[in-house]
Design a protein around this ligand. Sequence first.
Ligand code: NAD
Length: 366
Amino acid sequence: MKVGLIGSGFMGKTHSFGFATASRVFDLPVEFEMELLADINMEQAETARKALGFRRATDNWRDIIEDPTIDVVDITAPNALHKKMALAAIAAGKHVYCEKPLAPLAIDALELADAAEEAGVKTQVGFNYLMNPMFRLARDMIQSGQLGYIYSYRGVHAEDYMANPESPWTFRHDPAGGGALADLGSHALATAEFLLGKITRVMGDCKTVIPERQDSIGAARSVEVDDVAHAFVEFETGTTGSIEANWVASGRTMQHEFEVYGSRGSLHFSQERFNELHYYRVDDDSNRRGFRRIEAGPDHPPYGEFCVAPGHQIGFNDLKAIEIKGFADAIAGREPEPFNFRAGHRIQSLVEAIQKSSRENAWIET
Ligand code: NAD
């Protein structure tokens, strides 16, 4: 299957590593060939083509859509472009892998999900943290009842890349689909539903704390999107919890974190040490109680595909390889899509429910 990649920044590179690693680590049902890479100008596209191992480069993403030999369109361009690129790819009958957030608005994400299902193409949205073997373990422990009844949940995604007021206005500040909640909170929401099931209502509070930034040519731009968002959430099971999205959390570079408190035990996870899951057992003798550190190893699939030795650790780019393995299985009809456009729409609608709740100062059903 020939891949056309749109965008070669942070995620373009990560996706390229993911395709390369997936084909070496897993027994994939399809073979991916890195065919055509598009970026905004020829110089950038050609440099990335060479570095990332693509055959051809272009400065026009529509070349990928119009090329009948391309089977998979991989979109890692800024958020506001996802919709038109994905719709064009679907109309051309191609499978689509798109970064999150799927589209600026939930209504756009819904249009994309409907279009993909109607066209019968396979889709995947980049919620890579869910691919962590320790997430599967955590979900298994919750679902098997090992933690008992889940009393409460805490989910955070905090980083500090917008903490400096001098850092410029970017596509992440675009009122159409920008903000910490959409950018980072989307991951925290996906994790919460992955672990505990459907969130049924939310009460949000979204704040802009740096109201103005300069754009790339030095012009002042007002910031309308949130820098910090908090939400109370309630799950279908009745469990309640909280979600925080924060991109001004000085000192935090990757605090994608959750805590699950149950009647028989608790779990704590942080992406800052993502090859570990911390487990507390209520039934331990009182003088031996404490969180134990479970280290990722071959007993936590698919860790063993990467490394035969426990504790040697997998990395961020490997999560993309696992995501791509799931997408390949879906394309081959072996498995359902791990996180398709319908699932991407669900997350976008939760983001909007929290934003609406913050504006209206009221609980919103999701
Ligand atoms: P980036 O700025 O590093 O890269 C974006 C790339 O798209 C650049 O190379 C840019 O030149 C290119 N581009 C812009 N307009 C284009 C056009 N019209 N045609 C072709 N190329 C174009 O941004 P990034 O951090 O890689 O973010 C890209 C997407 O990935 C965003 O949607 C973001 O939310 C998502 N993202 C996801 C994760 C994750 O963990 N899943 C992490 C970071 C970013």
